[in-house]
Design a protein around this ligand. Structure first.
Ligand code: AIR
Length: 402
């Protein structure tokens, strides 16, 4: 790709981004100290890397397995300390303060850059960049008043989804509008946050899939097998791999994710969420420039996990093989599932059978609130139907429609 053609201005004036090879023994700084940082540190340690996390909460998921600076994400002195103590810096959530990101880029080596964050932190910028990458997104409109919203609902039709352009995750900051009479309520609820809003047409889909793409600082690209994602209450419940879609769609989804990671000139991981529409087409819903919940299945099911791949990508190492070793279903453990899962780990079922082998990943969070991600289980299996039946039979996750 030629410089400055990706709609994001990357490399527009400064030529190619600086790349370095970070050798084993060096220290990786992580902005954020949640489960994604924890699993990154656990995957990077065997390659010889050390980790320092910056997070306001002491002894959190990442701090339990790495060194930690306890400070607010917006604390510039703490960010400077992180830069001084590490050789390369990455982040494990998107809502990084723009000023801190700029400071880190100036004082340290941040191969992912801040441009990618700037784009993916805002749904309208993200959609424009996705369209520039040749992806199809659901028809959408920017909304800045109730009258705007009413006109957009008339144009895009119902159902449609009103979303905040910034800050939303796990179904937060969203309002599904099923009828035009709901316009005032939707606007009142989301405008209260003060964020810009975007209305999206609701895509009638067969299923949701996602692809984790990786691009190294040396320019190498790789994609993991697509996951089929089941959401409950706006939160990921399970990922099924291989996704139950035609082989042609699996190939198309990986190709699309590779095209996007190249076009974005991204370094590190880029998770690409898509709808497989009833019309047989793929629509990109959103992207995240970090390891993703729907990529947790890679931990035991792929030759290389998404976390190792991220470390390889930002350190300029060759990318590992993303090949799938076994079918797998990942199920999330939310606060309300934790007691059941703790009991399960102590029971003989903990080790599974030849049909389904559960591999547990608990995050060590102190407080288990409803809907909070506390861990996940990768169910290695010969047939994903057996793993789905295992989830239903465990008695921990309510059986839908039962
Ligand atoms: N995270 C970041 N973006 C999306 C997700 N799931 C992870 C990061 C972050 C953690 O969730 O690892 O640090 C925050 O989890 P919680 O439960 O403290 O809100």
């Amino acid at each position: 790709m030629t410089e400055g053609t990706n709609g994001m201005g990357q490399n527009a004036s400064s030529g190619k981004r600086e790349t370095r090879v970070i050798e084993p023994g060096k220290t990786i700084g992580v902005l954020g100290g949640g489960q994604l940082g924890r699993m990154m540190a656990l995957a990077g340690a065997p390659l010889g890397y050390r980790f320092v996390a910056l997070d306001p909460v002491a002894d959190g998921p990442c701090g339990q397995v790495s060194a930690q600076i306890v400070a607010a994400y917006s604390d510039k002195e703490a960010a400077a300390e992180l830069a001084a103590r590490t050789d390369v810096i990455t982040y494990e959530f998107e809502n990084v303060d723009a000023e801190v990101a700029a400071l880190l880029e100036e004082r340290s080596y941040v191969p992912q850059g801040s441009r990618l964050l700037y784009t993916t932190q805002h749904r309208l910028r993200e959609k424009a960049a996705l369209e520039a990458a040749g992806a199809t997104v659901a028809p959408y409109a920017a909304v800045s008043s109730e009258a705007d919203l009413d006109a957009a609902v008339e144009r895009l039709g119902t159902p449609c989804v009103l979303k905040t352009a910034t800050g939303g995750y796990d179904g937060k900051g969203q309002f599904v509008i099923r009828d035009r009479s709901e316009v005032a309520a939707a606007y009142a609820e989301l405008a209260a946050s003060g964020a810009e809003l975007v209305l999206e047409q609701f895509i009638a889909f067969q299923c949701e899939i996602s692809v984790i793409a990786a691009r190294s600082s040396a320019g190498e690209t790789s994609t993991f097998p697509p996951a089929e994602n089941i959401h409950r209450g706006g939160i990921l419940h399970a990922s099924i791999v291989p996704a139950r879609v035609p082989a042609r769609i699996l190939a198309e989804a990986e190709q699309l994710a590779a095209q996007i990671v190249e076009s974005f000139d991204a370094v590190g991981l880029l998770a690409v969420e898509m709808f497989y529409g009833k019309d047989g087409k793929l629509y990109v819903n959103e992207v995240a420039p970090r390891p993703h919940n729907s990529g947790h299945y890679t931990m035991e099911a792929c030759i290389t996990s998404q976390f190792e791949q991220h470390v390889r990508a930002i350190c300029g190492l060759p990318l590992g093989s993303p090949d799938l070793r076994t079918p797998v279903v990942m199920v999330n453990v939310l606060g309300e599932h934790l007691d059941g899962v703790n009991k399960l780990i102590l029971s003989p079922e903990s080790v599974g059978t030849d049909l389904v082998r559960p591999k547990f990943h608990l995050y060590g969070k102190a407080e288990g609130k409803t809907g909070r991600k506390m861990g996940h289980i990768n169910l290695l299996c010969g047939d994903t139907a057996d793993a789905l039946a295992w989830i239903d039979n465990a008695g921990i996750w309510p059986v839908e429609g039962a």
